[in-house]
Design a protein around this ligand. Structure first.
Ligand SMILES: Nc1ncnc2c1ncn2[C@@H]1O[C@H](COP(=O)(O)OP(=O)(O)OP(=O)(O)O)[C@@H](O)[C@H]1O
Length: 272
């Protein structure tokens, strides 16, 4: 799958897109005012190196999704500064690929039309990317459903279509908010492998929000542990395991060691 996803067609708009360095400087987020104010997140200082795969792990409500939305420029921080590749994030970033747990497929377009929409929104001509769309569809086993509408797909199929949407413009920065949460266990494992292979081949900067310690350890170059709300960085743990993180690696004592160490942190917080 990854090979297909990463093959880029000769469109300068999709070429020469290096991975981006992300910088989060003293960022906080508060929602509401007065008695209803919620201090959701921060202050946080965090640097995410270009080409790394960072998972954000933390208890429910600690502000992980809020951070992702701020990184994408969809909501502003209350204070602090976010930069992608040295440029302050001040609004929606079209060079970022983002995927949520609930997909953003529009009901009036087919699967192919939904994928094409992400190109159109960026001023790219879908007709020039037919091969890429076909390869993405094949990679997630949706070729036969390209002409179907979202309501005709299962939840897992909708997420796979949404994955194609996220990747079709070859984003140098990919933000994933529990994208695999609603997938069945077998599909989830397959998409994890695909995601890993994809990252290894083209090394976009990936930030993944997940509740699964195993998923974070399997996929990440670093796992960032976030405290209960208001979320702060407890620790960033480099995951020094060989790639690819196949079944052999997942069965290793070192893998189990990382899972235990991270689990101990959350057990100490009383959230596990
Ligand atoms: N638009 C909003 N208005 C008010 N409060 C909000 C808003 N969005 C998030 N919050 C609050 O901010 C806090 C962090 O929410 P967020 O969704 O970022 O957490 P999370 O770590 O992603 O949680 P989960 O793991 O359950 O998805 C929560 O207390 C939530 O209620």
């Amino acid at each position: 799958m990854a090979t297909a996803i990463l093959e880029r067609q000769a469109d300068p708009a999709l070429e020469a897109r290096g991975a981006c360095h992300l910088s989060i400087q003293g960022v906080t987020k508060r929602f509401g005012t007065g008695a209803k104010e919620v201090h959701a997140f921060g202050p946080v200082e965090l640097t995410i190196e270009a080409g790394s795969f960072v998972s954000l792990l933390g208890p429910s409500g600690c502000g992980k999704s809020t951070l992702l939305l701020m990184l994408a420029g969809l909501i502003p921080p209350t204070s602090g500064r976010i930069e992608i590749a040295g440029t302050p994030v001040t609004g929606v970033r079209t060079d970022v690929g983002i995927m949520f747990q609930d997909n953003t497929l529009v009901p009036w377009r087919t699967v192919r039309g939904n994928i094409a929409l992400q190109l159109e929104l960026r001023g790219l001509d879908p007709a020039r990317h037919t091969r890429r769309i076909d390869e993405l569809l094949a990679a997630v086993a949706l070729t036969d459903f390209a002409g179907r509408y979202p309501y005709e797909l299962s939840g897992g199929m909708q997420q796979r279509a949404a994955f194609c949407q996220t990747m079709v413009h070859a984003p140098p920065t990919v933000l994933l908010d529990e994208p695999l949460g609603k997938l069945d266990a077998m599909t989830r494992e397959r998409v994890r492998r695909d995601l890993q292979e994809l990252w290894m081949r083209s090394r976009p900067t990936v930030v993944l929000v997940t509740h699964s310690i195993e998923e974070a350890v399997q996929l990440s170059s670093q796992v960032c542990l976030i405290t209960p709300r208001p979320g702060r960085v407890h620790e960033t743990i480099p995951i020094d395991l060989p790639w690819p993180r196949d079944d052999e690696v997942k069965k290793s004592a070192a893998f189990a060691g990382y899972v235990n160490v991270i689990g101990d942190v959350f057990r100490a917080y009383g959230v596990m």
